[in-house]
Design a protein around this ligand. Structure first.
Ligand SMILES: *Cc1c(COP(=O)(O)O)cnc(C)c1O
Length: 366
């Protein structure tokens, strides 16, 4: 592997922690630059064109963060006094400071997820308000895939978005980890993510496009499992992206020689999609290693995120666990419910170390 894994730390806190590889850095340094506020940065334009084409949209917009991408999307779909239907645990409801409400006067209508991450179709239907001055205008359904590492069933995406469209709503996908979903879906379909034809990750790209095409707009993070240092891309129609562009400017997201960053994203799309399968394999290995240990309830991971609950004696000692692991160079988040995330900078040796450290902690009963 050309990329040097960090030998001292095993950082399982998030797939956002990846460092750009030497080859990605070289691509960044070689990128032709312009001024993207004038629209003439060729590397930004190339990234936008590439992802729009890959996912089957007319246009795309490079934005600094996934949060700003979702904000631009919600405000481009909705007016003041409109509302969007969204899950309780969705990033664009729970983890973005209420931005759509604060900055756009767009009200969320949060719904409770089922255990597989979906929102019940009947609940979506019941949440769509009649056209009556008492109610906010229900304008948008916002889904997330993957959600907490869960792959939403493709048939569900088709049904939920068909329902929303039949009631005149637009549909937005927070696909921060769209390509993790696509790689997992390609594996389910028995399509080899690598071998299904050019470009690299052909099977996964086919699945990503099928997922994306259920929606009017899709936001993809480059800075998560894809391994770029910064950035997200919002895709949609020409008109939608023109509106989103105005909101990006208002939000202070117009960047100048942004091609330096966009080139990392293009590199990631060219080289880091198929390899997400490695992250999924490693998280499975971690889940298997941990499932033999006492006082843990280990979920079955579907992509690159694993949740593990501490129970019994381990629960009582939970506050000691994160510092114990950190002292051994292993970083993760949680307390009673631990979250492990695999990515480009985690290898099999790091997973073995993590299992061994967890075993030592759990078997060293005070
Ligand atoms: C990380 C993430 C975002 C936001 O990304 P930032 O770049 O951190 O703002 C949005 N949605 C989901 C599902 C995410 O995981």
């Amino acid at each position: 592997m050309a990329h040097k894994i960090n030998e001292t730390k095993v950082d399982l806190r998030s797939d956002t922690v990846t460092q750009p590889t030497p080859a990605m850095r070289a691509a960044m340094l070689a990128a032709p630059l312009g001024d993207d506020v004038f629209g003439d940065d060729p590397s930004v334009n190339a990234l936008q064109d590439k992802l729009a084409r890959m996912l089957g949209f007319a246009a795309a917009l490079f934005v600094p963060t996934g949060t700003q991408s979702n904000l631009c999307a919600i405000l481009a779909h909705c007016q003041r006094g409109d509302e969007y239907i969204v899950g309780q645990y969705a990033h664009c409801y729970r983890w973005e400071g209420g931005g759509a409400a604060v900055l756009g006067s767009v009200q969320p209508q949060p719904l409770t997820h089922q255990s597989d991450g979906t929102l019940p179709l009947a609940d979506i239907e019941a949440a769509i308000k009649p056209d009556d001055e008492h109610f906010a205008r229900t304008r948008l359904l916002a889904l997330e895939n993957t959600l907490g590492g869960k792959l939403l069933p493709f048939e569900y995406l088709q049904q939920a978005t068909a329902l929303a469209k039949s009631r005149g709503l637009s549909c937005h996908l927070d696909g921060a980890r769209l390509f993790n979903a696509a790689v997992a879906q390609a594996a389910q379909a028995g399509t080899d993510a690598v071998a299904a034809g050019p470009p690299q990750g052909g099977g996964a790209i086919h699945e990503a496009r099928r997922i994306a095409q259920c929606f009017d707009s899709v936001s993809v993070c480059l800075s998560k499992g894809l391994g770029a240092p910064v950035g997200s891309v919002l895709c949609g129609s020409q008109d939608f992206i023109a509106r989103a562009h105005r909101i990006r400017k208002m939000a202070g997201g117009g960047m100048r020689q942004a091609g330096l960053l966009a080139a990392a994203g293009t590199y990631a799309l060219d080289h880091h999609i198929a390899r997400l399968a490695d992250d999924h394999a490693l998280i499975n290995r971690l889940a298997q290693g941990l499932s033999g240990l006492p006082d843990l309830v280990v979920e079955s991971p579907q992509t690159n995120i694993l949740f593990v609950d501490l129970v019994g004696a381990a629960k009582a000692r939970a506050p000691e666990l994160i510092p114990y692991l950190a002292a051994r160079g292993i970083l993760l988040t949680g307390l009673y419910r631990l979250r492990f995330v695999t990515h480009l900078d985690v290898d099999a040796a790091g997973i073995e170390r993590t299992v061994a450290a967890m075993r030592d902690f759990l078997l060293a009963r005070p």
